[in-house]
Ligand binder design. Structure first.
Ligand code: IFM
Length: 455
């Protein structure tokens, strides 16, 4: 029997501004922290930058036509803050907004629902120079930017996501320093996490004011699926610590209006959390309409120590990460679709009544165009098939999953890995910018047309 998804299931694909747009200095856009970081020697493999990326800024028509060919119902993209509000404060840049207006028009003409993310890591450099996410003012600026974007696009964009993966922005950006802005200060990374939560809450309020009442407002988290190496109390405590600083640091404030007490205790040597002001948790827990979940692979942990600088403040002295078993993608990430099922049923149990969207899932492999110009990617098809099957199983078991956004539509700038890691279902030859749908694009088109998987 085939594994069909509920009627109205949203079949999407996702991208992010800095990873595909290029046109880094056009029409008034100013540098973001990723422009600065990628130009600093040794930060991104091969010295790659997002200056040109997949040149999507100049190829919107062609790219929307590709989406239409695949048959996606929803397209998740992010807005570039420094394109819309070049200095991170003050009035909007109309040319920047025009780009998104034309993208949204093109999508609507193609019958594809736009799903906009306000922040996918491209903080205006000027705001980082003023202190960045560890500073409260950045959250306030973010809410102003959210208002500008919603006023300009809110009549035509039905779904809004405040932040993409604030864990990465806070802990990779300010803790381990492998992402922009590249700081290595565990205490600052905790302040950043709180101010990202606050930015989310303030932006939800700003969006509600500016958007039509029917709009959907959401947040996307990369929730960590953490397995203990053994059942010893020490290894189980390692899971608890990573769950606190990987998951509950966002879930508890956003959905329950509280800080995880164990996280506050685990990090007492780093901070007294006095940057959390009265009323912040109430703001952060302003209700939202759905939660976006990004899932790629699980982690295995045990008692021990990790290398520093670490993206796990308060946990690196007590937890070590071990290689998870099984096949791996080109990112060296284990392929484990059960992890997706586990995170979905966890949310079913912990957040009853909150609809879920899988806002990212996908895999990088070492794709190449063969002499006939075709790109065969059977491993990606197998990965996607297994993860959609896990999603189907979670829905059958009561998880309220409303949609799936495949990461990614196009090969793109994979952050610190540059262009060497290809996640797209459409191959991009970055020298010519020629796009070639991979086998996985045709496979996904069939899944969408059928409404599910062949079994
Ligand atoms: O490319 C990224 C994306 O920007 C955020 N989530 C994970 C993807 C793969 O690393």
């Amino acid at each position: 029997m085939n594994a069909l998804f509920p009627a109205g299931f949203r079949w999407g694909s996702a991208t992010a501004a800095y990873q595909i747009e290029g046109a880094a200095a056009e029409d008034g856009r100013t540098p973001s922290i990723w422009d600065t970081f990628s130009k600093a020697p040794g930060k991104v493999r091969n010295g790659d930058t997002g200056d040109i990326a997949a040149d999507h800024y100049h190829r919107v028509r062609e790219d929307v036509a590709l989406m239409k060919e695949v048959g996606i119902t929803d397209y998740r993209f992010s807005l570039s803050w420094p394109r819309i509000q070049p200095t991170g404060s003050g009035p909007a840049a109309q040319k920047g907004l025009d780009f998104y207006r034309s993208l949204v028009d093109e999508l609507l003409d193609a019958g594809i629902r736009p799903v906009a993310t306000l922040y996918h890591w491209d903080l205006p450099q000027e705001l980082e120079d003023a202190g960045g996410w560890p500073e409260r003012a950045t959250a306030e600026r973010f809410a102003e930017y959210a208002s500008l974007a919603a006023e300009a696009l809110g009549d035509r964009v039905p779904t809004w996501t405040t932040l993409n993966e604030p864990w990465c922005a806070a802990f990779l950006g300010y803790g381990s320093g492998v992402h922009a802005p590249g700081r290595t200060d565990e205490a600052a990374s905790l302040r950043a996490a709180h101010h990202l939560n606050l930015a989310h809450g303030l932006a939800v309020q700003a969006l509600r004011e500016a958007l039509p009442a029917s709009s959907e407002v959401s947040l996307t988290l990369n929730l960590h699926v953490i397995r203990a190496l053994s059942d010893t109390p020490e290894d189980r405590d390692a899971v608890r610590r990573i769950d606190a600083v990987g998951n509950r640091v966002f879930l508890d404030p956003v959905f329950h209006g509280r800080l995880p007490e164990d996280l506050v205790a685990d990090t007492a040597h780093l901070t007294d959390w006095s940057f959390v002001q009265d009323g912040d948790l109430k703001t952060i827990s302003t209700p939202i309409d759905s939660l976006g979940v990004n899932y790629y692979s699980p982690s295995v942990v045990a008692a021990g120590t990790s290398e520093t600088p670490s993206p796990w403040p308060g946990a690196s002295e007590r937890v070590r990460f071990l290689p998870a078993p099984g096949p791996r993608t080109a990112m060296d990430w284990p392929v484990d679709a059960d992890g997706l099922y586990e995170v979905l049923v966890r949310l079913r149990d912990e957040l009853p009544g909150v609809p879920l969207l899988i806002t990212e899932n996908g895999a990088a492999y070492d794709d190449y165009a063969d002499p006939e110009g075709e790109v065969h990617d059977p491993e990606r098809v197998a990965y996607l098939d297994a993860h959609l099957a896990a999603t189907h199983r979670a829905i059958a078991d009561g998880a309220d999953v409303r949609g799936y956004f495949l990461w990614s539509l196009l090969d793109n700038f994979e952050w610190a890995y540059g262009y060497g890691k290809r996640f797209g279902i459409v191959y991009v030859d970055f020298a010519s910018q020629r796009r070639t749908p991979k086998d996985s694009a045709r496979w996904y088109a069939q899944v969408i047309a059928r409404g599910g998987l062949l079994r």
